[in-house]
Design a protein around this ligand. Structure first.
Ligand code: NAI
Length: 339
């Protein structure tokens, strides 16, 4: 396992490996930047990784993306990520979560843990038995994330297709978890036509019935003739095998790091697909967390997300670069400029 020499290592400030055999815990916490306040935020992912390398890669990539996401969202914190190696359905116990809480506590507040794929608000409550460094309001982030994706999707559709609203626009949503199913409900309200898929076919069928959508198998979601493909499952789904199958004009969804490699942004652009970078469009959850109960503040911040995405698309066109490169450049400039 290479760390400093890994392609995903970006001078991360701290990468810590935790093991508690008694509790069955194996976890990595990567702090990319601790930000001006010395605090880094980021979700905790629990996943049955095929290898330790894969888990480390996820921690490095996702923590870096979190720093960029927060910088683009104008929030004064750094980015981090925790990954727990294991199957949440089988391996997650209160003892494991408490051990994870002790691990987070040992970082002394440099890392504030939140939920992500494989962890829930209830898990955070168990983790909180062992540490105060838990984002309490995390329960609402999925709704904020879905609202942010909706706004970003509208911006991308307007830019690429000239459509002023989503009425009649067809969207294929991959993944109907906390974010995906909320996004579907919002899209249905706007009059979009939905094609949905989840690894759990019963979930896809139920949502299709509720929203008058079409459910397809998880494997065939890439092949749908739609205007928008919305990845809301895991990262790394768009690669050399799946991109050629896409029949859409826009990719816009919540999934963190949906491109298998950065070069896939060029592959999408070469096919005329407008890609809304995850580090911009996926920020609704952190904006919701920063806004607390203040609905007006959230609405203003979501306007800011839409404006940032418009600026990123404009910069990409002006500088003849992909939206991903434009977003990363903008994020780096904001980080260098400081708070
Ligand atoms: P979740 O775990 O609640 O839902 C993920 C869903 O995707 C599950 O229903 C799962 O069965 C499905 N899925 C997994 N692989 C699939 C595949 N190959 N095809 C079809 N369905 C598949 O996760 P959540 O919270 O909805 O997050 C979704 C994505 O959005 C993740 O990439 C996450 O990192 C990202 N995200 C989530 C935020 C949040 O506030 N929850 C914030 C920002 C990003």
């Amino acid at each position: 396992m290479r760390v400093f020499g890994s392609a995903d290592f970006d001078d991360h400030e701290q990468v810590t490996f935790f093991a508690d055999p008694g509790a069955g815990l194996r976890a990595i916490v990567a702090i990319h930047r601790s930000g001006p306040l010395g605090i880094a935020g980021g979700g905790c992912r629990m996943w049955p990784y095929a290898s330790e390398d894969e888990a480390l890669r996820d921690a490095l990539r996702l923590s870096r993306a979190m720093t960029y996401k927060l910088a683009l969202a104008g929030l004064p914190a750094g980015g981090a990520k925790a990954v727990v190696l294991g199957d949440p359905a089988r391996d997650k116990t209160d003892a494991l979560l408490e051990a994870l809480g002790r691990a987070v506590d040992g970082l002394g507040g440099r890392y504030v843990i939140a939920e992500d794929v494989g962890t829930t608000p209830r898990d955070l409550q168990v983790i909180a038995r062992a540490t105060a460094w838990v984002r309490r309001e995390a329960g609402d982030t999925a709704e904020g994330t879905a609202l942010g994706v909706l706004r970003g999707l509208e911006v991308a559709v307007r830019r690429r297709l000239g459509a002023t609203d989503l009425r009649g626009v067809s969207v294929a949503v991959q993944g109907l978890g906390r974010v995906g199913r909320r996004l579907c409900a919002h899209l249905a309200r706007t009059g979009a036509r939905l094609v949905v898929a989840d690894l759990d076919p019963a979930r896809a069928r139920a949502i299709a019935a509720e929203l008058e959508a079409t459910a397809v198998g998880a494997r065939s979601i890439y092949d749908q003739a739609v205007e928008v493909f919305a990845p809301c499952a895991l990262g790394g789904v768009l690669d050399d095998a799946t991109i050629p199958r896409l029949r859409c004009a826009v990719v816009a969804g919540s999934a963190n790091a949906p491109l298998a490699e950065p070069r896939h942004a060029d592959v999408l652009a070469a096919r005329g697909v407008l890609y809304a970078p995850d580090i911009v469009i996926g920020a609704g959850g952190v904006l919701a967390a920063a806004s607390g109960d203040d609905a007006r503040a959230l609405a203003e911040r979501l306007d800011g997300l839409a404006a940032t995405l418009e600026a990123v698309f404009a910069r990409a066109e002006r500088e003849r670069i992909t939206p991903l490169v434009a977003a990363e450049r903008t994020a780096r400039e904001r980080l260098e400029a400081g708070p």
